[in-house]
Structures are given as structure tokens and as C-alpha cells.
Design a protein around this ligand. Structure first.
Ligand code: OXD
Ligand code: MN
Length: 621
């Protein structure tokens, strides 16, 4: 075969022409161009978006989905993050935690290099310098990265999800201080996805600040800025530097238009607990004259103490939203629909697509799929009208189908979303999807009890999966898949960062999903009405209400919640504002086993656990 790799002199000319001057970045590119054997190198940034869209359309990699909207399908065995194949590798065995799937970097480095060798032959390697922070943020030194990818659609996603361009790497104080990301797609049809012979590897070499992902072109497996850098690498950097926390948190602002006061709330929710809906929430109609909710981010927050006033400040390091399409509609999330309107440049992936009308559809978009089936294809590309009988009830869209759109497209984006300093945090909330036990909201004022609550966060096991009804699959701080260092150290780092703030945020645990055990109806209406629980929390923080103390935190007195216009039966309200002590005592035994896995868990966390357990023992049934 003819060697089609670019000569070093061509590479030099390409990088010169692109204005990429950082010598360490140039060296990194030259190294991986050689290893992967890519035929062409192209440096891209936000300014290249329309050209890349045109090229992708012409190549049939994406399809038009109405004015300024686009659609793509991924390979059918490549539709989600793969947790089993995701690894954190370092040189130090002490970095092994319960969840980080730690491997020695000395073992992983040659393995990945071997997988990637020659694997981009014949392809273009796109060089994407990016920044995972608002420009000017004190966290910029941790936010600079360069992704190399051999997949054009990945470049289009990166341009939406991160700030991209050579300007983010050219003027670094330390030219070598950037995250080195290499994404090689591989031969997707021959990677044995999900079999014992699985060829894929998604590795973050956290102590080398290098991310090597092989064998996918989907989501967090391929867009290295978002999860691999924004969460795994950043949480390791935050710990190693002692400077910040990087968490899978949404971030919102709530403004009281009467007083002009704005509170900022961030928080973590395991998957399928409504985090994106909450982040994009609008106030209920009856409160809309008084309150405004603004959106900062739906997935990642970095938190640090600002020396000027000693408060915790948060930024959303991302530039876009990679939202789950399923069940997004006018009722659940009108703001998300606004953010994918014509002209937004949104990229849909793996939803259903009509090749005649260029419309898209997903389960839950409307109660029924479009009646006229003409032109509709499912996420696999099969015509709905030609489906065999046996496949008639298969979903049209993949359950993990997504929309990728920039933050600025979200109708209620906060005016100061790009503030370099970030916004001061008033509350940190955790919430799962729990059908009993967890009240609507319980506030926690003690730091160790707040961190303890985050560490014992979980989502209910579904009947089909892990099986035991009401038992949680613990997902500490909603970081289980992204945790890159040991959990005991993680808890200590949390206590240290939040503990060093002059004014600490209040913590709370929320649950919108309690059901009536008799008929299964949800006890709380949810969605926009969730703002009412958050407003109570802010009033509690400001000393305007007192709430009712319980062993697991302070719950609202019914009279303290603004319930104007809410349709809820008094018995249901009483239920979601009270504690089932017996049910909680069962949960405490499970928590003890869960926490016991974590080596070196700080004594403060154990003390918090014992305090809550003792209070529950003393509580009446
Ligand atoms: C995720 C995501 O996988 O945000 O959590 O994409
Ligand atoms: Mn996420």
C-alpha cells in the first residue's frame, strides 16, 4: 500500500497556515499523526463550522433536518457510553478506587498505542484546540485541551460542546500544559462491542493529562472535552491541585423579580432523574410574574472558593448541551425544544428521521408517532413502513438519542453564563428517583452530613435490572462513572474545599418521584412545580422559614410551601413532607455496607452516618 501519510514538512505548513504556534501542541500532533497514520491533518475551530457542515452533508454523514438543523445516525452497536471499557490509568496503584476501574498506565499506554497504530490510515485527522471554561476563568489552566479525532461529526459535536479554536492554545503561560486527547474511531463493524473480544478502550491517563479513546464515535466515548476531560480528568486535577471540584452537576439561577435577588443552585442527579428538565425549568404560571429561572448548565459544574469573598463559585465548563431526546416535549421541557428550533445548528443523533419532510421524532415527543408513515426511518435507518410485524412495536428513536446544541440557544440562558468568575453557590442539591422514603425535599445544614448525603445518593434499581425493589444503586454525587480517584480521598477533598468557604452553601436532597403504593400515581406534580421546593430551600437559607426537623434533615411545614395553583391532595402532601423512619432504618444498613467499601473515608463522614442512624433509632415509627 502506498504511504499516504503527510510528510513532516507538509504538517509544518498546515499548522503554520492554521496559525497554530504552540510548539508543545505541534509536537503532540506530529507524534499522533505518525502513530495513527492519518492521511491529512486539519486544524479546526468554531469558524469552520459551516464548511464542516457542508462537507458532512455532501458526504452523507449528516442529513438536513429543517432550516439550520442536522441529523446523524451512529453505528448500531455504538449508541452509548461504555462504562465497562472505560479506564482511569495512572502510575500510582494508590489511585485505585472502587469505581474508577484503575489500571497501571504502564500496561495501558502500549495497548492503546498498538490499537491506534495505523488505525486512521486514509482519514483526515481533525485537530481541535478547545477550552472547557469561560475565557478568563481562574480555572483556565485546567481547562485547555486539544482533541485529535478522525471523525468529522465528532468535530461538529466538539464545536457545539466546547469553545474551540487555536486562540485557546497559542498563548499558554506553560505551553505544555494542556490535556492531550486522541480519539480514533476504529473499524466499528469489527470491534466485538459487548463481547468477550471487545476491542474498545476509553482510557484517561489522569496523572499524564492524556486521554486515549479507541473504538467509538458516540457521545462521551468520542467527544473528549465533555466527560473525559470535563469530569474524569478535571476531578483528578481538582484533587491533585487542591483547588477545585469537578462534578456532574446542573447549575441554575433563580431570581426574585420583586427584590432583584438571585440565588444559584447546583446539584447532582443520577441518570434518568430529570436533571436536564430541572436545569431548563420554567417557573409555574402562578409564580412566573415573581420569579425567573435562568439556565447555566445541565451536566457539569466546576466549583472553587473565590479568595475575594470566600464563597463557593461555580462555572459550567461546557459550551453546549448534549441532551437526551426521549420524552422531551412541550410539557416536560419546552426550553429544550426552544434550544433545538430552526436556525440553531442543532445536531440530532439517533432519533427517527423523515427523509421526505426532513422532520425528526422521538418517543415522548408527541403521545403517538406521526400518523403518516411516509418517509420515516427509525434510528437504525430502516423504513418504518417496511418494518416486519415482529418489529412493529420497536422504538423509532434509540432511548439514548440526543440533541447537541450550544448553550446560547437555550431560551432562558443566564445573561452571565460566560462570566469568568462563575456564580456564587447558595445551595448544593442531590436527587434521585425514589418511589418511597425520600421526601420532596430535606435540607441539610451540616457540611459532613451534606457530603454524606451526596455519597449515599442513588437511583432505584429497575425491576428488570438489579431487581430488588426500592434498593438503590448507589451513585455517589452522581459521579460513579466519572470518579477518577479513590472515594475516601474524594470525600476528604469535598470537606476541605467546601469547608474552606467563608460562607457555605446549604445542602438538600430532593425527590420528585414518590408514588402512591396503592395505585402508583406520583404524589407530586413535578416539572415546573419543583421550583416551589427550591424556593422554600432559599427561604430557609435566608432564615425566613424554619421547617420541621427530622433525623435526616429539615423538611418544609406544609404552610411554608407556596402551593398556589398546585393540584395535590392533602394526604399526598403530608406523605411527601414526612419521614418513614422504619423504611429509613432499613436504608441505613445498606448505606453502611456501601460506605464500608471506601478506604480512608474521613471520620467526619462516619460520624455523620452514626448521628443520622442514632437519630433514626430514637425516632418514633
Ligand atoms: C452522560 C452525558 O453520559 O451527560 O452522562 O452524556
Ligand atoms: Mn451527564
Amino acid at each position: 500500500m502506498m504511504d499516504t501519510r503527510p510528510h513532516l514538512s507538509d504538517l509544518t505548513a498546515t499548522l503554520d497556515e492554521a496559525g497554530l504556534t504552540n510548539p508543545a501542541v505541534r509536537e503532540f500532533i506530529a507524534h499522533w499523526a505518525e502513530v495513527t497514520g492519518a492521511s491529512r491533518i486539519e486544524v479546526v475551530g468554531a469558524a469552520d463550522d459551516s464548511r464542516l457542515l457542508r462537507e458532512s452533508l455532501a458526504a452523507g454523514e449528516i442529513f438536513p433536518a429543517g432550516e439550520g438543523r442536522y441529523y446523524a445516525r451512529s453505528y448500531i452497536k455504538d449508541t452509548a457510553r461504555s462504562e465497562e471499557r472505560t479506564i482511569v490509568a495512572t502510575a500510582n496503584p494508590a489511585d485505585k478506587g472502587v469505581y474508577n476501574n484503575w489500571h497501571p498506565s504502564g500496561q495501558m499506554r502500549p495497548l492503546l498505542t498498538e490499537r491506534m497504530r495505523g488505525a486512521s490510515a486514509g482519514k483526515t485527522m481533525y485537530v481541535i484546540p478547545y477550552l472547557m471554561a469561560p475565557p478568563g476563568s481562574p480555572l483556565v489552566p485546567y481547562a485547555v485541551g486539544v482533541e485529535l479525532t478522525d471523525h468529522r461529526t465528532v468535530a461538529l459535536h466538539m464545536i457545539r460542546m466546547a469553545r474551540c479554536g487555536v486562540e485557546y492554545v497559542n498563548e499558554l503561560a506553560e505551553p505544555g500544559k494542556f490535556v492531550r486527547g486522541v480519539h480514533v474511531t476504529g473499524d466499528l463493524e469489527n470491534l466485538g462491542q459487548g463481547t468477550p473480544d471487545d476491542q474498545r478502550y476509553f482510557v484517561t491517563f489522569a496523572d499524564e493529562r492524556t486521554i486515549l479513546h479507541f473504538g467509538s464515535s458516540y457521545g462521551g466515548n468520542a467527544l473528549l472535552g465533555k466527560i473525559a476531560h470535563g469530569l474524569r480528568q478535571a476531578c483528578y486535577d481538582g484533587w491533585a491541585s487542591g483547588e477545585f471540584l469537578a462534578e456532574q452537576f446542573m447549575l441554575i439561577g433563580v431570581t426574585d423579580k420583586q427584590t432583584g435577588r438571585t440565588w444559584h443552585i447546583c446539584g447532582g442527579f443520577p441518570s434518568a432523574s430529570g436533571k436536564t428538565n430541572l436545569a431548563m425549568m420554567l417557573p409555574p404560571d402562578s409564580l412566573g410574574d415573581r420569579y425567573h429561572v435562568s439556565f447555566y448548565g445541565d451536566d457539569i459544574a466546576w466549583l472553587r472558593v473565590d479568595p475575594a469573598d470566600g464563597r463557593i463559585y461555580a462555572i459550567n465548563p461546557e459550551f453546549g448541551v448534549f441532551g437526551v431526546a426521549k420524552d422531551t416535549n412541550e410539557m416536560t421541557n419546552p426550553t429544550a425544544l426552544g434550544s433545538v428550533a430552526p436556525g440553531t445548528g442543532v445536531l440530532f443523533t439517533n432519533v427517527a428521521y423523515n427523509e421526505l419532510t426532513q422532520e425528526v421524532w422521538w418517543e415522548g415527543r408527541t403521545p403517538q408517532p406521526p400518523a403518516n408513515r411516509a418517509g420515516w426511518r427509525d434510528w437504525k435507518g430502516q423504513l418504518i413502513s417496511e418494518r416486519p410485524e415482529a418489529a412493529a412495536s420497536d422504538p423509532w428513536a434509540h432511548p439514548n438519542s440526543r440533541f447537541t446544541t450550544t448553550l446560547a440557544n437555550v431560551p432562558n440562558i443566564a445573561a452571565d453564563f460566560a462570566s469568568p468568575r462563575g456564580v456564587p453557590i447558595d445551595a448544593i442539591i442531590f436527587g434521585g428517583r425514589t418511589s418511597d422514603r425520600e421526601p420532596l425535599i430535606r435540607a441539610i445544614t451540616d457540611l459532613a452530613e451534606g457530603v454524606y448525603d451526596g455519597l449515599t445518593l442513588g437511583a432505584e434499581a429497575t425491576f428488570a435490572a438489579e431487581g430488588v425493589d426500592g434498593q438503590l444503586r448507589y451513585d455517589p454525587m452522581s459521579m460513579r462513572p466519572f470518579m477518577s480517584y479513590p472515594e475516601g480521598a474524594y470525600a476528604a477533598h469535598w470537606l476541605r474545599i467546601i469547608g474552606s468557604a467563608a460562607e457555605r452553601p446549604i445542602f438538600a436532597h430532593v425527590n420528585w418521584f414518590q408514588r402512591d403504593p396503592a395505585d402508583g400515581h406520583f404524589l407530586w406534580p413535578g416539572y415546573r412545580d419543583n421550583l416551589r421546593a427550591l424556593l422554600w430551600l432559599m427561604r430557609l437559607r435566608d432564615g425566613l422559614v424554619e421547617g420541621v426537623p427530622t433525623p435526616v434533615g429539615i423538611v418544609p411545614a406544609a404552610s411554608e410551601l407556596d402551593l398556589e395553583g398546585v393540584d395535590i391532595a392533602p394526604v399526598d402532601l403530608a406523605k411527601i413532607l414526612s419521614i418513614d423512619a422504619d423504611r429509613w432504618r432499613t436504608e441505613m444498613t445498606r448505606r453502611e455496607r456501601h460506605l464500608a467499601q471506601f478506604e480512608g473515608l474521613p471520620e467526619e463522614i462516619w460520624a455523620a452516618h452514626r448521628r443520622v442512624a442514632a437519630a433514626l433509632e430514637a425516632a418514633p415509627d
